[in-house]
Design a protein around this ligand. Structure first.
Ligand SMILES: Cc1ncc(COP(=O)(O)O)c(C=O)c1O
Length: 732
């Protein structure tokens, strides 16, 4: 089935102005080629023939047939809608800039995130598949205070006389609620009756695919309209919208029945008009969801012929450089296709061949018993009608790369999807994963050891912390002493340090730090702490003290003169100056007089979570300017104010944001684990509650696409390479 703008000149096949063999050479094979003129022609056919004076008609392209940003542009230009069936679809449509209020979200098992995306993106309709899903959607919509129009997918129990795998509305099918399950449907209507956010606009059904008998659609329309009439009377609910799905067939073989699409569409519209004539049914919108019929017969696949083989039994094969990996339909549905040799299309003498692929599968047959003229190695073979459910179902079996997808429009050729490289093929492969380690720049170790010693527990380090750190990817840390009011800082640090023994933590590296200096009597006393090995300090905790002002202090009070002297002394001692806990005035006050060894050891992004201890974009930029480091913390209230969002997923959003602003070289981690501090037992995010679960952050970063090099920088290198000379203790 040649596409709209295909032609033969001098026995050679063209699409538009291009010889197919030239396209094959230029873009490599297998190559998917779409006839843009053919697609636009099909769109026009739908638009010209699917309309009514009695109700609106909306054509929703079924993206599962094939989707790419370039096609989104064509569909948007023609004012069509598009459906989605997964998070990935929603992500791509959003990223393609397609208007999300023209998206219909489908799926028989929508994940929580899919429902959230549909709500957040503001899709036109969400097609609810079942009661459980509706209850989850209601919960999310009310929590997000977001309105959403919905349809309920009904299984009308209609046989569509097509391949079993693409038959979707037998009573045993997995899709939708059965038309007979009125009890469940009534429960669903009750949810809508009490919902402030969800509206039930009407119903959806999809009976199957590759249907060429208009009667199947007519009986679908009749069944659905009858159901809507009865159910409306029963529930006193008005249903204004009917979506009958897709399923319109295309021609694959010469002998296939030619589908008269305009007539089919007119018949469907007429059937609905008759159903609402003089009845209580008030349909305001009729929707269809063509996939295959919009792109299927405007797409072809080009292959390069390899060698021929005649088996001992006389079976003739022609090998092509693709196969089931780029077109699974023959293997999956026993689908039939027709082929030609593009560079010599009309050779008189034909022989029967199986056109077989290069996958290591006997079932890798693209066309069985194809009558083909002369074939030579290197010839370009064209397989017709591969525009639907070929690229979208393609895979990398046998490590075959996915071919490119191009659109031809006369002279113009547009690449919609590039050919995969081997890098693409394996970009999610983990080669040798370096044992990733983390330097945690904020841990209340010293404070905990001192506190425990006050209650007579002098083996806290060996009993609790060593086993935990032995079981963690944290291999270095700034161990700080927090000092509350009226606290003998010097005594406390000596006691705490005496409890440490790194013999069971080989390679573990420690910098001693101070969380707040309210108990530092005078600036010079910092020398004593320095002598004890302290190489890091924060001027305050949240309080205002003689040196500076914490976030709990007066916003108009900043760094004091004493504070300036202290910063100068710390600079002379080459100590790490930690700006965490300071209010903004003090923060900028320090940066005005110092730009050396600057960190903000533990905080998150204020723009994401408005916690007073989080940093603003400007503070991040100011840190970056002095090549300072931001240590992201796992304190759950810094990650989000919403309980359910105090998790790794949302923590990683802070990471992405901070890296966006500061770059990958100025971000690290200051976890602030509190699992061992009785006053804040589980104040860290739910899925990384203590040091033994820190590896989950590395997994999360890998999942989010950070390279091994970037992970190593953020987890270890950024801090270690700057401050390894401050390390006072190392496990042998
Ligand atoms: C809900 C729904 N709508 C539309 C379609 C598109 O069907 P077709 O490509 O046959 O038009 C499908 C295909 O499976 C579907 O599941």
């Amino acid at each position: 089935m040649r596409t709209k703008s295909m032609s033969v000149k001098d026995n050679v096949l063209y699409m538009g102005e291009h010889r197919l063999q030239d396209l094959a050479k230029e873009y490599g094979t297998p190559l998917y080629v779409y006839d843009e003129i053919g697609i636009n022609d099909k769109i026009r056919k739908f638009k010209d023939n699917f309309n009514s004076e009695k109700f609106n008609c909306e054509v929703v392209y079924a993206s599962k047939a094939f989707i790419a940003p370039y096609l989104c542009k064509i569909l948007e230009k023609n004012d069509l809608s598009i459906d989605s069936v997964s998070e990935g679809d929603l992500y791509l449509l959003k990223k393609s800039g397609f208007p999300m209020n023209k998206v219909v979200a489908h799926g028989n098992n929508k994940l929580m995130n899919e429902l959230i995306m549909a709500l957040d993106y503001g899709v036109e309709y969400l097609v609810v598949d079942n009661l459980t899903e509706l209850l989850r959607l209601e919960y999310l919509a009310s929590r997000k205070k977001k309105k959403l129009k919905t349809l309920i997918r009904i299984n009308p129990g209609i046989e569509a006389h097509t391949h079993a795998y693409i038959e979707t509305s037998l009573l045993s099918s997995k899709f939708g609620e059965s038309i007979h399950a009125t009890d469940i449907l009534e429960q669903m209507v009750e949810v809508y009756r009490n919902s402030e956010y969800l509206t039930l606009e009407g119903f959806h059904a999809h009976i199957g695919s590759q249907i060429n008998n208009p009667n199947s659609f007519i009986s679908e329309v009749k069944t659905m309209c009858q159901f809507m009439r009865d159910f409306s009377q029963k529930t006193k609910f008005e249903f204004k919208t009917l979506d009958i799905g897709g399923g319109f067939a295309i021609k694959y073989l010469d002998e296939d029945v030619e589908i008269d699409l305009p007539t089919m569409l007119n018949l469907i519209v007429k059937a609905v008009e008759e159903e609402i004539e003089d009845t209580s049914l008030k349909i305001e919108k009729l929707m269809i969801e063509p996939g295959r019929s919009l792109v299927g017969d405007s797409g072809i696949t080009l292959y390069t012929c390899g060698s021929k083989k005649t088996t001992f039994s006389g079976k003739k094969y022609i090998f092509i450089d693709g196969g089931m990996a780029d077109n699974i339909r023959p293997a999956l549905y026993q689908a039939k296709y027709s082929v030609d040799i593009a560079n010599q299309v009309n050779t008189p003498v034909k022989e029967m061949y199986d056109v077989v692929g290069k996958c290591c599968e006997s079932g890798d047959i693209i066309v069985k018993d194809a009558m083909i003229g002369e074939i030579h190695k290197g010839d370009t073979m064209v397989v017709y009608s591969t525009g639907a459910y070929c690229y979208s179902m393609s895979m990398n079996y046998n490590s075959l790369v996915r071919g490119a997808v191009i659109f031809v429009n006369g002279q113009k050729v547009t690449t919609a999807i590039r050919r995969q490289s081997f890098e693409h093929l394996f970009d999610t492969c983990v080669y040798e994963e370096k044992e990733m380690k983390i330097f945690d720049i904020h841990s209340d170790m010293l404070y905990d050891l001192y506190k425990q010693s006050l209650i007579g527990n002098n083996t806290r380090f060996l009993d609790f912390h060593v086993p935990q750190l032995q079981n963690s990817c944290i291999k270095g840390a700034i161990w700080t002493m927090y000092s509350p009011d009226d606290f003998n800082l010097l005594k406390a640090v000596k006691v705490a340090m005496s409890k440490i023994n790194l013999k069971d933590l080989p390679g573990f590296q420690v910098i001693f730090g101070l969380e707040g200096l309210r108990n530092l009597e005078k600036v010079e006393d910092i020398n004593k702490l320095y002598k004890l090995g302290f190489r890091h300090a924060m001027l305050t905790w949240n309080e205002a003290n003689k040196y500076a002002t914490g976030v709990a202090g007066d916003a108009n009070r900043g760094l004091t003169d004493e504070g300036e002297k202290l910063i100068k002394r710390m600079e002379e001692l080459d100590m790490i100056i930690d700006l965490a806990h300071l209010n903004e005035k003090s923060f900028y006050g320090v940066l005005k007089i110092s730009n050396k060894n600057i960190v903000y050891s533990h905080g998150c992004v204020k723009d994401i979570c408005n916690h007073r201890r989080n940093v603003t974009d400007d503070q991040m930029k100011a840190l970056k300017k002095v090549d300072g480091l931001l240590g992201l913390t796992l304190a759950k209230n810094f990650v989000s104010s919403i309980e359910e969002e105090k998790d790794l997923e949302h923590f990683l959003v802070h990471l992405d944001y901070a890296v966006d602003i500061m770059g990958v070289d100025n971000v690290c981690f200051g976890f602030d684990f509190m699992d061992y501090l009785s006053e804040f037992p589980n104040d860290n995010i739910v899925d990384v509650p203590n040091a033994t679960k820190a590896y989950r952050i590395i997994d999360g970063m890998r999942k989010n696409g950070y390279s091994e090099e970037e992970i190593n920088k953020i987890c270890w290198g950024n801090f270690y390479n700057r401050f390894k000379d401050k390390i006072m203790l190392k496990g042998e």
